[in-house]
Design a protein around this ligand. Structure first.
Ligand code: ADP
Length: 458
């Protein structure tokens, strides 16, 4: 069911319920008020008749009966019966052939309660006791009549209320439908605009209008989300094109080397040379694909990565060992002096393979981008973090480049003479984020750089 129809239904239901409750309450209130008023009238009639008959002994009863029948509007005609102490009718204002119902139990109840209001077959009945002050005799008076006037009035009110109720419900449906349509118009507009946005035009934006209401907020949030999606699409596109470019270079080199080799017959020494060169290019390809795989792995999110307590100093020694084996010209100094004595201060909750990759990249860069191939490592800690600083005296990084070097495939101009693909630091950044830490760079061109990795310890 559409929201518009739903709102109209609910709106109508609520209004109809309120109107029905209000009308029913009003009807019953009127009915009880009328009943009370009519009973008061009957009571007055009973008392007047009693006073005329009992007090004014000279009143002609026949005349009284004639007056009773002719002077009162037929709507207010009441049958009045006066009983003596033995329940014998002393006076009645009705014709002798009129049938009138009353029971001895009713008379008994009136005698007990002194005053009684009751109803019998559409008629209101009032019974009361009256004492003649002269003779001290007790009389029982019954007055009864049908409240035709009130019943007609109530019937008319009921009719008017029903017509009013039906009209009000019809009007509520019409207004509810128009009103909900108006309120939902901006949502329908957003709906139409959104349906026109495809993956190719993520730069399109929803109009937010002039208002600052919830709909404008929704459109704003949606626009922000579109911008984020667009940015991440572009990042992905540039990543794929950068990655294919990086992969194509060694592949093209391999292809041309093979072509050159096949041009003519070669000596076995020449073949060996060609194979060595092919091996180097192949090695570059393996390194690059490994890097891309690691980047993809670290991008997969925190959930798939298992973290366990890990001693940072031990990881650093392992990395030092491996790098020195791979690159005989590298020098890596780890500063033992400042290593904290408390194990907890150098223990983090981390993933060993990722943390090794992190320091491997940083230390490798420090050696690679400096003349003396020296990386100095310092471990320290404070109350909450373990800090590892990797320092070199190499080519340095300009202020402008310091932010950009963490983007995939970004390489500084002064690094163009050094081998690399520009993905190591983006992997480092992701790894540090996964471990809820951060990296801070301090660097000056031609003087050197220091990368501080700050990770929360256990
Ligand atoms: P790669 O070293 O393979 O190019 P990285 O992502 O590790 O890729 O580094 C990105 C870029 O940051 C490098 O190309 C280089 O320009 C710069 N860089 C990284 N580390 C250093 C360093 N220690 N000294 C100078 N420049 C560095």
């Amino acid at each position: 069911m559409k929201i518009r129809t739903k709102i109209t239904y609910q709106f109508t239901l609520i209004v109809a319920m309120i109107l029905v409750i209000f009308s029913v309450a009003l009807y019953y209130l009127l009915e009880s008020y009328n009943k009370k008023e009519f009973n008061n009238y009957l009571k007055d009639r009973a008392v007047t008749t009693a006073q005329l008959l009992i007090k004014e002994k000279n009143v002609d009863r026949k005349l009284l009966r004639i007056i009773d029948r002719n002077t009162l509007s037929s709507l207010y005609a009441a049958e009045v019966l006066v009983f003596d102490e033995n329940n014998k009718v002393k006076y009645s204002n009705i014709e002798s052939d009129t049938v009138i119902y009353y029971s001895p139990e009713l008379l008994e109840q009136v005698r007990q309660k002194k005053y009684l209001e009751s109803d019998y077959k559409n008629k209101e009945v009032v019974g009361l006791m009256y004492k003649d002050q002269e003779t001290q005799e007790d009389y029982l008076i019954l007055a009864q009549s049908e409240d035709i006037y009130s019943k007609q009035k109530l019937e008319n009110i009921k009719y008017a209320m029903t017509i009013g109720l039906i009209s009000a419900i019809i009007l509520t449906i019409v207004f509810g439908f128009v009103f909900s349509g108006q309120s939902l118009k901006p949502i329908s507009r957003i709906n139409q605009e959104v349906s026109k946005i495809t993956a190719n035009d993520l730069n399109k934006k929803l109009s937010t209008g002039n208002s600052k209401d919830e709909i404008a907020q929704l459109a704003n949030n949606f626009n922000q989300m579109l911008s984020r999606i667009e940015k991440s699409f572009e990042l992905q596109k540039s990543f794929v094109s950068n990655a294919s470019h990086e992969l194509r270079t060694p592949l093209a080199a391999i292809k041309s080397e093979i072509q050159v080799a096949l041009e003519k017959e070669r000596t076995s020494g020449e073949y060996q040379e060609i194979l060595k060169s092919l091996n180097i290019d192949n090695q570059r390809l393996i390194q690059l694909t490994n890097g891309l795989l690691q980047l993809a792995k670290s991008d997969r999110g925190d959930k798939s990565i298992i973290l366990a307590p890990l001693r940072i100093d031990e990881v650093l020694f392992e990395v030092q060992d491996e790098l020195l084996h791979q690159h005989l010209n590298y020098h890596i100094n780890i500063d033992f002096e400042e290593i904290p004595e408390d194990d907890a201060f150098v223990t983090i909750n981390g993933n060993k393979s990722l943390i090794k990759t992190l320091f491997n990249n940083l230390i490798d860069n420090a050696c690679k981008y400096s003349e003396n191939k020296l990386a100095s490592i310092n471990i320290r800690s404070n109350k909450s973090n373990c800090i590892v600083i990797v320092t070199d005296e190499g080519i340095g990084i300009s202020k402008d480049d310091q932010e950009k070097i963490f983007e995939p495939f970004y390489r500084t101009k002064n690094a163009s003479n050094y081998k690399g693909h520009g993905i190591g630091l983006s992997i480092c950044k992701r790894i540090v984020e996964i471990h809820k830490g951060r990296i801070v760079i301090k660097s000056e061109e031609n003087k050197g750089s220091s990368f501080s990795v700050i990770l929360p310890h256990v």
